[in-house]
Design a protein around this ligand. Structure first.
Ligand SMILES: *[C@@H]1O[C@H](CO)[C@@H](O)[C@H](O)[C@H]1NC(C)=O
Ligand SMILES: *[C@@H]1O[C@H](CO)[C@@H](O)[C@H](O)[C@H]1NC(C)=O
Ligand SMILES: *[C@@H]1O[C@H](CO)[C@@H](O)[C@H](O)[C@H]1NC(C)=O
Length: 252
Protein backbone atom coordinates (compact mmCIF):
# COMPACT_ATOMS: atom_id res chain seq x y z
CA UNK A 1 0.00 0.00 0.00
CA UNK A 2 1.42 3.38 -0.97
CA UNK A 3 1.78 6.37 1.31
CA UNK A 4 -1.04 8.07 -0.56
CA UNK A 5 -3.38 5.22 0.06
CA UNK A 6 -2.65 5.15 3.75
CA UNK A 7 -3.07 8.90 3.98
CA UNK A 8 -6.41 8.71 2.16
CA UNK A 9 -7.52 5.90 4.37
CA UNK A 10 -6.76 7.89 7.52
CA UNK A 11 -8.69 10.79 6.10
CA UNK A 12 -11.61 8.59 5.26
CA UNK A 13 -11.71 7.09 8.74
CA UNK A 14 -11.66 10.55 10.24
CA UNK A 15 -14.11 12.19 7.87
CA UNK A 16 -17.12 9.98 7.37
CA UNK A 17 -17.79 6.37 8.14
CA UNK A 18 -18.65 4.58 4.89
CA UNK A 19 -18.81 6.45 1.61
CA UNK A 20 -15.22 7.70 1.46
CA UNK A 21 -13.86 4.19 1.83
CA UNK A 22 -15.63 3.04 -1.33
CA UNK A 23 -14.34 6.13 -3.09
CA UNK A 24 -10.85 5.32 -1.90
CA UNK A 25 -10.97 1.77 -3.24
CA UNK A 26 -12.00 3.09 -6.65
CA UNK A 27 -9.12 5.53 -6.80
CA UNK A 28 -6.75 2.83 -5.69
CA UNK A 29 -7.99 0.39 -8.36
CA UNK A 30 -7.36 2.82 -11.19
CA UNK A 31 -4.03 4.23 -10.12
CA UNK A 32 -2.44 0.85 -9.40
CA UNK A 33 -3.38 -0.78 -12.72
CA UNK A 34 -0.07 -1.93 -14.15
CA UNK A 35 0.85 -4.49 -16.72
CA UNK A 36 -0.56 -7.88 -16.03
CA UNK A 37 -2.28 -10.96 -17.34
CA UNK A 38 -4.06 -13.37 -15.07
CA UNK A 39 -5.35 -16.78 -16.01
CA UNK A 40 -8.20 -18.47 -14.17
CA UNK A 41 -6.45 -21.86 -14.49
CA UNK A 42 -2.73 -22.28 -15.01
CA UNK A 43 -3.28 -25.99 -15.76
CA UNK A 44 -6.18 -27.43 -17.68
CA UNK A 45 -6.92 -31.12 -18.08
CA UNK A 46 -9.41 -31.63 -20.89
CA UNK A 47 -11.07 -34.58 -22.51
CA UNK A 48 -10.04 -35.49 -26.03
CA UNK A 49 -12.18 -33.82 -28.71
CA UNK A 50 -13.77 -31.43 -26.18
CA UNK A 51 -13.75 -27.61 -26.17
CA UNK A 52 -11.46 -25.84 -23.74
CA UNK A 53 -12.09 -22.35 -22.39
CA UNK A 54 -8.96 -20.56 -21.25
CA UNK A 55 -10.25 -17.72 -19.08
CA UNK A 56 -8.00 -14.73 -18.89
CA UNK A 57 -8.02 -11.04 -17.96
CA UNK A 58 -5.40 -8.37 -18.51
CA UNK A 59 -4.59 -4.87 -17.31
CA UNK A 60 -2.33 -2.07 -18.54
CA UNK A 61 -1.68 1.47 -17.36
CA UNK A 62 -3.95 4.24 -18.53
CA UNK A 63 -2.61 6.17 -21.50
CA UNK A 64 -1.92 3.13 -23.64
CA UNK A 65 -4.10 1.88 -26.43
CA UNK A 66 -4.24 -1.82 -27.24
CA UNK A 67 -3.31 -2.56 -30.81
CA UNK A 68 -3.25 -6.33 -31.12
CA UNK A 69 -4.36 -9.15 -28.84
CA UNK A 70 -3.46 -12.76 -29.54
CA UNK A 71 -2.44 -16.11 -28.08
CA UNK A 72 0.75 -17.99 -28.74
CA UNK A 73 2.53 -21.18 -27.65
CA UNK A 74 6.09 -21.93 -26.61
CA UNK A 75 7.48 -18.41 -27.09
CA UNK A 76 11.19 -18.03 -27.85
CA UNK A 77 13.08 -15.07 -26.38
CA UNK A 78 14.03 -12.46 -28.94
CA UNK A 79 11.73 -13.94 -31.58
CA UNK A 80 8.38 -12.55 -32.63
CA UNK A 81 5.69 -14.87 -31.21
CA UNK A 82 3.40 -16.32 -33.85
CA UNK A 83 -0.32 -15.62 -33.60
CA UNK A 84 -2.04 -18.97 -33.13
CA UNK A 85 -5.14 -17.86 -34.99
CA UNK A 86 -2.98 -17.68 -38.12
CA UNK A 87 -1.65 -21.21 -37.64
CA UNK A 88 -3.43 -23.68 -39.95
CA UNK A 89 -3.47 -26.25 -37.10
CA UNK A 90 -5.51 -23.86 -34.95
CA UNK A 91 -7.27 -21.39 -37.26
CA UNK A 92 -10.51 -23.37 -37.50
CA UNK A 93 -10.60 -24.32 -33.83
CA UNK A 94 -9.57 -21.18 -31.99
CA UNK A 95 -12.04 -18.48 -31.08
CA UNK A 96 -11.17 -15.28 -29.23
CA UNK A 97 -14.03 -14.58 -26.83
CA UNK A 98 -12.39 -11.62 -25.12
CA UNK A 99 -12.12 -7.97 -26.06
CA UNK A 100 -9.57 -5.19 -26.44
CA UNK A 101 -10.07 -3.84 -22.92
CA UNK A 102 -9.56 -6.49 -20.26
CA UNK A 103 -10.90 -9.88 -21.22
CA UNK A 104 -8.57 -12.26 -23.08
CA UNK A 105 -10.55 -15.49 -22.90
CA UNK A 106 -10.30 -18.00 -25.76
CA UNK A 107 -11.95 -21.23 -26.73
CA UNK A 108 -10.09 -24.07 -28.40
CA UNK A 109 -12.30 -26.84 -29.73
CA UNK A 110 -11.70 -30.50 -30.69
CA UNK A 111 -8.52 -30.74 -28.64
CA UNK A 112 -6.10 -33.59 -29.32
CA UNK A 113 -2.89 -34.74 -27.66
CA UNK A 114 -1.02 -32.61 -30.21
CA UNK A 115 -2.43 -29.51 -28.47
CA UNK A 116 -0.52 -30.22 -25.25
CA UNK A 117 1.47 -27.01 -24.89
CA UNK A 118 1.78 -23.92 -22.76
CA UNK A 119 -0.46 -21.16 -24.07
CA UNK A 120 0.21 -17.48 -23.49
CA UNK A 121 -1.82 -14.37 -24.05
CA UNK A 122 0.08 -11.51 -25.62
CA UNK A 123 -0.84 -7.95 -26.47
CA UNK A 124 0.81 -4.99 -28.15
CA UNK A 125 0.05 -1.32 -27.69
CA UNK A 126 0.08 1.78 -29.85
CA UNK A 127 3.39 2.83 -28.35
CA UNK A 128 6.21 1.06 -30.15
CA UNK A 129 8.10 -1.54 -28.16
CA UNK A 130 5.51 -1.87 -25.46
CA UNK A 131 4.34 -5.45 -25.67
CA UNK A 132 3.36 -7.79 -22.94
CA UNK A 133 3.33 -11.54 -22.61
CA UNK A 134 1.46 -13.03 -19.71
CA UNK A 135 3.30 -15.53 -17.55
CA UNK A 136 2.84 -18.27 -16.37
CA UNK A 137 0.50 -19.16 -19.23
CA UNK A 138 -1.91 -22.07 -19.37
CA UNK A 139 -0.59 -25.63 -19.55
CA UNK A 140 -2.99 -27.86 -21.44
CA UNK A 141 -3.13 -31.62 -20.93
CA UNK A 142 -5.49 -33.74 -23.01
CA UNK A 143 -6.70 -37.11 -21.77
CA UNK A 144 -8.77 -40.00 -23.03
CA UNK A 145 -10.83 -42.36 -20.85
CA UNK A 146 -10.09 -46.00 -20.02
CA UNK A 147 -12.34 -48.48 -18.25
CA UNK A 148 -10.61 -50.35 -15.47
CA UNK A 149 -12.41 -53.56 -14.62
CA UNK A 150 -11.55 -57.14 -13.66
CA UNK A 151 -11.77 -59.55 -16.59
CA UNK A 152 -14.18 -61.77 -14.74
CA UNK A 153 -16.34 -61.74 -11.66
CA UNK A 154 -18.19 -64.56 -9.94
CA UNK A 155 -21.95 -64.44 -9.99
CA UNK A 156 -23.32 -62.95 -6.76
CA UNK A 157 -20.21 -60.90 -6.02
CA UNK A 158 -19.92 -57.13 -6.16
CA UNK A 159 -17.69 -55.46 -8.69
CA UNK A 160 -16.64 -51.88 -9.23
CA UNK A 161 -15.57 -50.46 -12.60
CA UNK A 162 -13.53 -47.27 -12.85
CA UNK A 163 -13.45 -44.74 -15.66
CA UNK A 164 -9.85 -43.49 -15.65
CA UNK A 165 -8.38 -40.31 -17.06
CA UNK A 166 -4.64 -39.55 -17.07
CA UNK A 167 -5.18 -36.20 -15.29
CA UNK A 168 -7.93 -34.83 -13.08
CA UNK A 169 -10.46 -33.20 -15.39
CA UNK A 170 -10.73 -29.45 -14.82
CA UNK A 171 -14.42 -29.34 -15.65
CA UNK A 172 -16.19 -31.61 -13.23
CA UNK A 173 -18.60 -33.49 -15.42
CA UNK A 174 -20.87 -36.45 -14.79
CA UNK A 175 -19.65 -39.82 -15.97
CA UNK A 176 -21.99 -42.04 -17.92
CA UNK A 177 -21.67 -45.76 -18.53
CA UNK A 178 -22.62 -48.10 -21.34
CA UNK A 179 -22.98 -51.87 -21.53
CA UNK A 180 -22.95 -53.20 -25.08
CA UNK A 181 -23.49 -49.58 -26.20
CA UNK A 182 -26.65 -49.18 -24.12
CA UNK A 183 -26.64 -46.46 -21.44
CA UNK A 184 -26.86 -47.79 -17.89
CA UNK A 185 -28.75 -46.52 -14.89
CA UNK A 186 -26.95 -48.58 -12.23
CA UNK A 187 -25.73 -46.86 -9.15
CA UNK A 188 -22.53 -44.86 -9.41
CA UNK A 189 -20.32 -45.29 -6.41
CA UNK A 190 -17.97 -42.38 -6.60
CA UNK A 191 -18.25 -40.05 -9.53
CA UNK A 192 -16.13 -42.12 -11.90
CA UNK A 193 -16.99 -45.58 -10.58
CA UNK A 194 -19.77 -47.94 -11.49
CA UNK A 195 -20.79 -50.36 -8.78
CA UNK A 196 -22.46 -53.62 -9.81
CA UNK A 197 -23.91 -55.37 -6.80
CA UNK A 198 -24.59 -59.04 -6.59
CA UNK A 199 -23.62 -59.58 -10.20
CA UNK A 200 -25.89 -61.62 -12.47
CA UNK A 201 -25.15 -63.30 -15.79
CA UNK A 202 -26.86 -60.48 -17.64
CA UNK A 203 -24.21 -58.11 -16.32
CA UNK A 204 -21.58 -59.65 -18.57
CA UNK A 205 -20.68 -57.54 -21.57
CA UNK A 206 -18.62 -54.75 -23.01
CA UNK A 207 -18.42 -51.68 -20.75
CA UNK A 208 -17.42 -48.21 -21.84
CA UNK A 209 -17.67 -44.80 -20.24
CA UNK A 210 -18.04 -41.19 -21.33
CA UNK A 211 -18.67 -37.74 -19.90
CA UNK A 212 -22.11 -36.25 -20.01
CA UNK A 213 -22.34 -33.73 -22.83
CA UNK A 214 -19.18 -34.94 -24.60
CA UNK A 215 -18.88 -36.98 -27.74
CA UNK A 216 -15.80 -39.02 -26.78
CA UNK A 217 -16.45 -42.61 -25.62
CA UNK A 218 -13.79 -44.83 -24.09
CA UNK A 219 -12.75 -48.15 -25.61
CA UNK A 220 -14.80 -51.00 -24.18
CA UNK A 221 -13.59 -53.40 -21.49
CA UNK A 222 -15.00 -56.89 -21.44
CA UNK A 223 -16.46 -58.28 -18.21
CA UNK A 224 -17.29 -62.00 -17.92
CA UNK A 225 -19.46 -63.43 -15.19
CA UNK A 226 -18.43 -66.85 -14.00
CA UNK A 227 -20.87 -69.19 -12.44
CA UNK A 228 -19.57 -71.59 -9.83
CA UNK A 229 -21.11 -75.04 -10.36
CA UNK A 230 -23.26 -76.36 -7.55
CA UNK A 231 -22.29 -80.00 -8.13
CA UNK A 232 -18.96 -81.44 -9.15
CA UNK A 233 -18.72 -81.64 -12.88
CA UNK A 234 -17.27 -84.52 -14.81
CA UNK A 235 -15.56 -83.49 -17.98
CA UNK A 236 -13.67 -85.34 -20.63
CA UNK A 237 -10.49 -83.74 -21.82
CA UNK A 238 -9.36 -83.98 -25.46
CA UNK A 239 -6.95 -86.76 -24.51
CA UNK A 240 -9.83 -88.85 -23.28
CA UNK A 241 -8.92 -88.63 -19.59
CA UNK A 242 -11.79 -88.22 -17.19
CA UNK A 243 -11.40 -85.30 -14.78
CA UNK A 244 -13.42 -84.30 -11.80
CA UNK A 245 -14.14 -81.02 -10.18
CA UNK A 246 -13.83 -77.33 -10.31
CA UNK A 247 -14.80 -76.34 -13.79
CA UNK A 248 -16.42 -72.99 -14.26
CA UNK A 249 -19.00 -71.84 -16.70
CA UNK A 250 -18.41 -68.41 -18.04
CA UNK A 251 -20.92 -66.01 -19.56
CA UNK A 252 -19.61 -63.35 -21.79
C1 LIG B 1 -14.72 -12.80 -20.55
O1 LIG B 1 -15.48 -13.16 -21.69
C2 LIG B 1 -16.08 -14.44 -21.61
C3 LIG B 1 -16.73 -14.75 -22.94
O2 LIG B 1 -17.53 -13.69 -23.38
C4 LIG B 1 -17.08 -14.46 -20.46
O3 LIG B 1 -17.68 -15.73 -20.35
C5 LIG B 1 -16.34 -14.13 -19.18
O4 LIG B 1 -17.27 -14.06 -18.10
C6 LIG B 1 -15.59 -12.81 -19.30
N1 LIG B 1 -14.75 -12.64 -18.10
C7 LIG B 1 -14.71 -11.51 -17.40
C8 LIG B 1 -13.81 -11.52 -16.21
O5 LIG B 1 -15.36 -10.53 -17.71
C1 LIG C 1 -22.15 -56.15 -1.89
O1 LIG C 1 -22.40 -54.82 -1.45
C2 LIG C 1 -23.49 -54.73 -0.53
C3 LIG C 1 -23.74 -53.25 -0.27
O2 LIG C 1 -22.56 -52.56 -0.07
C4 LIG C 1 -23.14 -55.50 0.73
O3 LIG C 1 -24.23 -55.43 1.62
C5 LIG C 1 -22.86 -56.94 0.33
O4 LIG C 1 -22.44 -57.67 1.50
C6 LIG C 1 -21.78 -57.04 -0.71
N1 LIG C 1 -21.66 -58.41 -1.16
C7 LIG C 1 -20.49 -59.04 -1.28
C8 LIG C 1 -20.54 -60.44 -1.80
O5 LIG C 1 -19.41 -58.49 -1.02
C1 LIG D 1 -15.70 -34.96 -31.94
O1 LIG D 1 -16.76 -34.10 -31.57
C2 LIG D 1 -17.72 -33.85 -32.59
C3 LIG D 1 -18.79 -32.94 -32.03
O2 LIG D 1 -18.26 -31.90 -31.27
C4 LIG D 1 -18.35 -35.16 -33.07
O3 LIG D 1 -19.21 -34.90 -34.14
C5 LIG D 1 -17.25 -36.13 -33.50
O4 LIG D 1 -17.83 -37.37 -33.82
C6 LIG D 1 -16.24 -36.30 -32.37
N1 LIG D 1 -15.16 -37.16 -32.81
C7 LIG D 1 -14.74 -38.21 -32.09
C8 LIG D 1 -13.60 -38.98 -32.65
O5 LIG D 1 -15.24 -38.50 -31.01
Amino acid sequence: MSFNTIYLMLMSVRMAPRLPLIFLLMIHGVSSAGWGVSYRHSHICALKNSSVIMSCTYTYPTGYKIKKVFWTTNPVKGKESPDLSEDPEYRQRLQYLGDKQQNCTIRLSHVTQKDEHKYYFRFTTDKADVKWIGDPGVTLTVTDLQVEAPERVTEGHNVSLTCKSSCTLTDRATFIWYRNSQPLTERRDRNNQLLLQSVRREDAGRYSCALHGHSYISPAAHLSVTYPPVNPVISISPSGEIKEGESEISYS
